[in-house]
Design a binder for this molecule. Structure first.
Ligand SMILES: *[C@@H]1O[C@H](CO)[C@@H](O)[C@H](O)[C@H]1NC(C)=O
Ligand SMILES: *[C@@H]1O[C@H](CO)[C@@H](O)[C@H](O)[C@H]1NC(C)=O
Length: 212
């Protein structure tokens, strides 16, 4: 009889170990040790076994939680996307040119890295809904045309018609849904110009509203 109990106890122990060592993928189903708990009586060995299993279960849950927390941290960090830049005094007067050109806003105020000030191109690091806005300034003896481009397709625009000799500012913006790798930038329309100076009139900003 004693031998039978010992053999049964040992096999239950291995069964339980097998179960606790293979935590299920679905966190909604808790690691089960029901086979063990129902078979327990008050002997010390079985009590210790129960305690061991309870601790092991907790350990597995803790490991899972730590992993989830780590993943969430990474996710949140990847979702911090923003930049703001102006042409600034580095910009001076740009244009007019025969063709559209990409404006490079080199005076960077903030940038999590998705905006490249050397090329003027913003590349979406995560799929999501983003907001972009821009403003442009110039003397109205010549027109100014700005185009917010997504993958070389115009999304929105502003156009200041020539209107004598006064300072003009124009601004616009749009909420855009972007896939990873989508590129957003500003084009200066052919035959128009834009200016900036230390006052930072001509700006381009963008940020992630929420990921999808
Ligand atoms: C554009 O306008 C600014 C004033 O906002 C002026 O200083 C600048 O000379 C103008 N650009 C040109 C090429 O005239
Ligand atoms: C324009 O931007 C530059 C660089 O960020 C800053 O040093 C300067 O103070 C800004 N000018 C104004 C008038 O805000």
């Amino acid at each position: 009889m004693k031998t039978l109990v010992a053999v049964l106890g040992l096999s239950l122990f291995y069964l339980c170990m097998a179960e606790v060592q293979q935590p299920d993928q679905d966190s909604k189903t808790p690691v089960t040790a029901s086979l063990c708990t129902c078979a327990c009586d008050t002997t010390d060995t079985q009590f210790n076994l129960q305690l061991f299993l309870a601790l092991r279960k907790m350990e597995i849950r803790l490991e899972k939680t730590e992993k989830q927390l780590e993943d969430m941290k990474k996710e949140v960090q990847g979702q911090r996307v923003a930049f703001g830049a102006s042409l600034g005094s580095l910009g001076g007067t740009t244009g007019p040119f025969n063709t559209d050109i990409t404006l490079t806003y080199k005076n960077v105020y903030a940038n999590t890295g998705a905006y490249n000030p050397a090329t003027g191109i913003f590349t979406a690091p995560v799929k999501g809904v983003y907001y972009f806005s821009f403003s442009g300034h110039n003397f109205s003896s010549k027109p100014m045309g700005l185009r917010l481009m997504k993958n070389a397709v115009q999304m929105v625009t502003v156009y200041n018609h020539p209107a004598g000799n006064r300072h003009e500012t124009a601004t616009n913006g749009m909420t855009l849904q972007l896939e990873v790798g989508d590129q957003v930038c500003m084009w200066l329309r052919a035959g128009t110009w834009i200016v900036d100076n230390d006052n930072n009139h001509s700006t381009f900003i963008g940020y992630l509203l929420f990921p999808l």
